[in-house]
Design a protein around this ligand. Structure first.
Ligand code: MEV
Length: 308
């Protein structure tokens, strides 16, 4: 039996603009995980069982575009193990799907690492991330690559599309509260809509992306210089720009407002938007109160995460 797991992730700054070359900051969320277990079985072929998405099928019966099947096939091709047979791959995850917490990337990374372990082969982090990126394209259309990167390395990252990974050095730990609207939302659709709007109105969107990029760079410096509590207002600004971009939602705005009222230093939506999760920067002693206020305002789940 071989096992591997991968954490969720949350984007602190820069979603959407990152697809167009601006930087983004993201951190792992270890309170939620994807877990994959590979067992030998007596029947031939490869069986994939993913109870979260009601999947229990033979790999051969799944389409080339099926994200889990594609992950398995691409990994086996890279590991030169196309003839693998007589195994069952069990995929479990506590990361809510379509919520901006990187569930797709985490499942991919856990499958890739579990298969490598099972076959007693080594893959570098770069290879794992690249394989997961191939699947991200199936989930998201034109992903920046931030999700597979932060989930693979499980470290805070300063990410620029197409550039080598830069670990974000968190000089002083800080606390964020993550609040889930409970509304599943497709990143593929929100990324596509931004693309359409940008096509119609390139100048407006380039200005929005550049403003987000500048906020992200400043926030990155504050984090690396040990002044995390001062980036709260930048979160508020980033949220306003994402609203202008049309990717927030009344539910996200409501939770962002509730967090601010409860004493958060700043708050914003996180990820693709239109639903999914928001985040708030809090003083550690306020985390519980902000989480409670988010629940009262309709959040279906909250996570308190200390970023180190
Ligand atoms: C998704 O987690 C973040 C987006 O910026 C899309 C991407 O970067 O691929 C919305």
């Amino acid at each position: 039996m071989s096992k591997a797991s991968a954490p969720g992730k949350v984007i602190l700054f820069g979603e959407h603009a990152v697809v167009y070359g601006q930087p983004a900051l993201a951190v792992p969320v270890t309170q939620v995980q994807a877990e994959v277990r590979i067992d030998k079985i007596f029947s031939p072929g490869i069986r994939i069982n993913a109870p979260n998405i009601q999947l229990n099928d033979k790999l051969d019966s799944l389409a080339a575009s099926h994200p889990l099947a594609a992950t398995v096939r691409n990994t086996l091709a890279t590991l030169e193990a196309g003839s693998l047979s007589g195994v069952a791959i069990l995929v479990r995850s506590t990361i809510p799907v379509a919520s901006g917490l990187g569930s797709g990337a985490a499942v991919s990374v856990a499958i890739i690492r579990a298969l490598a372990k099972h076959l007693r082969k080594d893959l570098t982090d770069e290879q794992v991330s690249q394989l997961a990126f191939e699947t991200e394209k199936l989930y998201h259309g034109t992903p920046s690559g931030i999700d597979n990167t932060v989930v693979t390395y499980a470290r805070p990252v300063y990410f620029v599309k197409g550039q080598p990974i830069e670990i974000l050095r968190v000089k002083k730990p800080f606390t964020i509260v993550i609040g889930d609207t409970g509304i599943p939302a497709s990143t593929k659709e929100s990324v596509r809509d931004v693309r359409i709007q940008r096509h119609k109105n390139p100048e407006r969107y380039e200005t929005l992306f550049a403003a987000i990029g500048s906020i992200t760079r400043t926030a990155g410096q504050l984090i690396e210089n040990g002044m995390p509590e001062s980036f709260g207002p930048l979160m508020d600004e980033n949220h306003a720009l994402l609203r202008n971009m049309g990717v927030s939602s009344p539910e996200l705005d409501n939770l962002v407002e509730a967090a601010r009222k409860a004493g958060a230093l700043g708050a914003k939506m996180s990820g693709g938007g239109r639903g999914g999760n928001m985040i708030a920067l809090v003083q550690p002693g306020k985390a519980g109160a902000v989480a409670r206020s988010l629940k009262e305002a309709g959040a279906v789940n909250t996570i308190i995460n200390k970023v180190v």
